[in-house]
Design a protein around this ligand. Structure first.
Ligand code: ADP
Ligand code: ADP
Length: 235
C-alpha cells in the first residue's frame, strides 16, 4: 500500500501573543491509498482547522503534512492553487455549487480548467453521474435540485478529476437523514468501486460510522481510533 497522506506532529495556534488558541495539539496520522477515514469530534475540537491545514487553506504552526510524499507546508503560494486542483477533491457542508451553472457544468468545470477534450469531459461526467445516480439532474440548475442531489453533484465534482485525496467537511451537515444515507452510500461506492481515498470530518456518529477507520479528536488531539468491522455500522 502507498501512503497518500502523512500528517506529522502538527500544531496550529490562532491569535497573537497573550491571546492564543491551540486549535491543534500534536496530531499525527497516515492515510493509505484507498482508505475511507473519518475524523470525529465535537464542535470546537479542531476538525475544520485540521482539514483546512491539509487542504492548504490554513498554514500549520509546526509540523509537516505530506501528500503523495510532497510536504505541502513548504509549497510556494503560487503553486498551491494548482496543487489543490490536481491532487485534492473537496466536498463542503453547503455544497458550494455555482448557481448559474447546470449540474453537468458544475461537475465539468475542473476538467475544463485542466484543458481536457470536450469528448473526454462528457464521457467522464456521465460515467461518474451514473455511479452517483444523478444522470437525471445533469441539465438542472442547483435551485432545481434537492439538497441530497446537490450534495451528490458536489461529490461527483470532487471525484471526476481522480484526485489523490478527497476531503469532506461535515458533508451531511445540511441534509436530512434519508439524503445523508444516499450520500454516504455514494461515498462508499466511490471508495469501494473507484478506489477513492476519502478523509471526512464530522461531529455526527452516524455519518462517521460509514468510514472504515475513525479517529476521535478532542481539544486538538487524537485520543482514540476505531477500525470498523464489516457489520458494526449502526442502522
Ligand atoms: P471544529 O471544526 O471541530 O468545530 P475548529 O477547527 O473550527 O473546530 O476550531 C478549533 C478551535 O480553534 C476552536 O477553539 C475555535 O474557536 C478555534 N479557531 C478556529 N478557527 C479560528 C480562527 N480563524 N481564529 C481563531 N480561533 C479559531
Ligand atoms: P464547524 O463547527 O462547522 O467546523 P465553525 O463554526 O467552528 O465551523 O467555524 C467556521 C469558520 O470560522 C472556520 O473557517 C473557522 O476557522 C472559523 N472560526 C471558528 N472559530 C473562530 C474564532 N474563534 N475566531 C475566528 N474564526 C473562527
Amino acid at each position: 500500500m502507498s501512503t497518500v497522506l502523512k500528517v506529522d506532529h502538527i500544531e496550529k495556534y490562532f491569535g497573537n501573543k497573550g491571546n492564543t488558541t491551540k486549535a491543534i495539539d500534536q496530531i499525527s496520522f497516515e492515510v493509505e491509498r484507498g482508505e475511507f477515514v473519518g475524523i470525529m469530534g465535537p464542535s470546537g475540537s479542531g476538525k475544520t482547522t485540521l482539514l483546512n491545514c491539509i487542504s492548504t487553506i490554513d498554514s500549520v504552526t509546526t509540523g509537516k503534512i505530506l501528500i503523495n510524499e510532497q510536504d505541502i507546508t513548504k509549497l510556494k503560494t503560487g503553486k498551491l492553487d494548482q496543487f489543490r486542483r490536481d491532487e485534492l477533491g473537496f466536498i463542503f457542508q453547503d455544497f458550494n455549487l455555482l448557481d448559474t451553472l447546470t449540474a453537468f457544468e458544475n461537475i465539468a468545470i475542473a476538467l475544463t480548467i485542466q484543458g481536457r477534450k470536450p469528448a473526454d469531459i462528457t464521457f467522464l461526467v456521465k460515467e461518474v453521474a451514473e455511479k452517483l445516480e444523478i444522470t437525471q439532474v445533469l441539465n438542472k440548475f442547483p435551485y432545481q435540485m434537492s439538497g441530497g442531489q446537490k450534495q451528490r453533484v458536489a461529490a461527483a465534482r470532487a471525484i471526476v478529476t481522480d484526485p489523490t485525496l478527497i476531503l469532506a467537511d461535515e458533508p451531511t451537515g445540511a441534509l436530512d437523514s434519508k439524503s445523508s444515507r444516499l450520500l454516504l452510500d455514494s461515498f462508499e461506492k466511490l471508495n469501494e468501486e473507484l478506489q477513492a481515498t476519502i478523509l471526512m470530518v464530522t461531529h455526527d456518529a452516524f455519518t462517521a460510522s460509514y468510514a472504515k477507520r475513525i479517529l476521535f479528536i478532542k481539544d486538538g488531539q487524537i485520543f482514540n481510533e476505531l477500525i470498523r468491522g464489516k457489520d458494526t455500522r449502526k442502522e
